[in-house]
Design a protein. Structure first.
Length: 400
C-alpha cells in the first residue's frame, strides 16, 4: 500500500505540467461553450461537462496508442486525413457564412484596410463593416494582400493552417505527436469559432508559434544572428503587440547572454523593422496615425493598464529565466502567461466597473484567450510523451 501511494504521488508530480496544460485547454474551450450555448437556452454546464468527459476519454485511451513511431504509417495517414478534414471544414464554413452577417469585424478590419490602401485612401481612418476601426499593425495587413486579391482575406486562416500542417512534423519530431496536435485543434470549439467568424487572432499566434519553432530548430541566436533575429521580432511585433509575450519568454536568456554590442544591434534591427512598416503611414498622415482617437496603438493597448503591464513584465522575467533555453518549458510558460495576463486584465476591469457586466457580455472579448491555444496544445503533446511520465505510469500499472 505504501509503495502504491508513493508511486501515485510521483505520478501526480510527474504529470504536473500536463495537468495544468490540460486544464488550460479545457478552460479556454469551456469558456466558448458556456458563452455561446447559453445564448441558445441550452444547459451550458451539462455541455461543458460532456465535452470535458469526451476529451478525457480520448486523451487517456486512443491518444496513448497514437503517440510513438510503432504505428508510423498509420499515423502519417491519420495526420493527413485530419489535416484534410480541417481544411474542408474551413472551406465549407467560409462558403456557407456571409461575412457581412457576422458580428465580429476582425476580417473587415483587414479587408477594408487593404481596400482603402489600394484605392489610395488613408487606411487607418476607414471603418469596419460594424463601424469600428482596424487595430492590426501594417506588417500583418500587408501579409493579407494576396488573400484580398483572391477575393477573401479569410483565406489567411487556411494559409496559416497549411503552414502549421507542413511544419508540425519537424516541430514535434514524429507523426504520432503531430496527429494529437491536429486532433486537439480539431476538437477545439475555440478554433472553430475563429474559423466561423473569419478572425485572424488565433492564426496570428499560430504563425508566431511556427516562427519560434523555426528559430529553435535552426539554432538561431542573438549573439550570432542579431540583425536577422531583430528583423524577425520587429516584423512580427508589427502584427500585434501581444506577440511580445511568447518572443520575450523565448529570447530572454538568449538576449541576456549577448554582449552589449550584440544587444544593441538586435534592438536596433527590431526597432528599425517595426518602424519601417509604419513609415509610409507616418509620412502620409502622421496626426491620424499618432493622434487619432482610434489609431492602432490606442486600440491595441486600451484593454490594459499600467498595473497589467507591470504584472506582465514580472511574468515574462520570471518565466523567461525559469525556462532558460528549454523550448518545451518556454511554450508551457508562454501559455500560462497569456492566460494569466488576459484573465487578470478582465478581472481588473470587472472590479473597476463594479462587476456591472459578466464575463460573457460583449464588454469582454474571450477570444483573447485563444492566443495561448497553439502553445497549450504543444505543451500537452510534449508532456504526454514525457519519458518520466511514462515510466511512472508503467510503475503504477505494475503494482498489485
Amino acid at each position: 500500500m505504501k509503495d502504491r501511494i508513493k508511486y501515485l504521488f510521483l505520478y501526480a508530480k510527474s504529470y504536473n505540467s500536463l495537468v495544468i496544460s490540460f486544464f488550460l485547454f479545457l478552460l479556454v474551450n469551456g469558456l466558448f461553450i458556456c458563452k455561446y450555448t447559453s445564448r441558445l437556452n441550452i444547459n451550458s454546464t451539462l455541455i461543458v461537462l460532456m465535452y470535458v468527459c469526451g476529451i478525457f476519454l480520448l486523451f487517456f485511451f486512443p491518444f496513448k496508442k497514437i503517440v510513438g513511431e510503432r504505428n508510423k504509417k498509420k499515423n502519417i495517414l491519420i495526420f493527413w486525413l485530419t489535416a484534410l478534414l480541417i481544411i474542408i471544414g474551413i472551406l465549407i464554413a467560409h462558403s456557407l457564412i456571409n461575412p457581412f452577417t457576422i458580428q465580429v469585424d476582425r476580417w473587415s478590419a483587414i479587408h477594408n484596410f487593404i481596400d482603402a490602401l489600394l484605392r489610395g485612401e488613408y487606411p487607418y481612418l476607414v471603418q469596419t463593416h460594424l463601424g469600428g476601426y482596424g487595430s492590426p499593425f501594417p506588417f500583418w495587413q500587408f501579409l493579407h494582400i494576396p488573400f484580398y486579391l483572391l477575393g477573401d482575406v479569410g483565406l489567411g486562416m487556411l494559409f496559416f493552417f497549411i503552414i502549421l500542417v507542413l511544419s508540425l512534423k519537424g516541430i514535434l519530431k514524429n507523426y504520432g505527436k503531430a496527429v494529437i496536435y491536429l486532433l486537439l485543434l480539431f476538437l477545439s470549439p475555440a478554433f472553430w469559432y475563429e474559423v466561423l467568424v473569419r478572425s485572424d487572432l488565433l492564426y496570428n499566434f499560430i504563425f508566431c508559434f511556427v516562427i519560434i519553432s523555426f528559430i529553435h530548430k535552426n539554432h538561431l541566436v542573438i549573439k550570432q544572428n542579431y540583425y536577422l533575429m531583430g528583423t524577425i521580432c520587429g516584423l512580427l511585433l508589427s502584427s500585434r503587440l501581444t506577440i511580445i509575450i511568447p518572443f520575450a519568454i523565448f529570447l530572454l536568456t538568449d538576449f541576456l547572454e549577448a554582449n552589449f554590442k550584440e544587444k544593441f544591434k538586435f534592438l536596433l534591427a527590431a526597432s528599425s523593422a517595426f518602424t519601417l512598416t509604419f513609415l509610409p503611414f507616418l509620412l502620409k498622415n502622421s496626426s491620424a496615425l499618432l493622434f487619432f482617437e482610434y489609431n492602432p496603438f490606442v486600440l491595441q493597448t486600451r484593454q490594459g493598464s499600467f498595473i497589467e503591464l507591470i504584472g506582465l513584465t514580472i511574468l515574462i522575467l520570471y518565466f523567461g529565466l525559469k525556462s532558460s533555453k528549454n523550448i518545451s518549458k518556454q511554450m508551457y510558460y508562454t501559455s500560462i502567461s497569456i492566460v494569466l495576463f488576459v484573465g487578470f486584465t478582465f478581472l481588473h476591469r470587472m472590479i473597476t466597473d463594479n462587476f456591472s457586466e459578466s464575463l460573457f457580455s460583449s464588454m469582454y472579448d474571450i477570444t483573447y484567450f485563444n492566443m495561448a491555444l497553439p502553445f497549450i496544445i504543444y505543451s500537452i503533446v510534449m508532456e504526454f510523451n514525457n519519458k518520466k511520465v511514462n515510466i511512472v505510469f508503467e510503475q503504477v500499472d505494475t503494482l498489485d
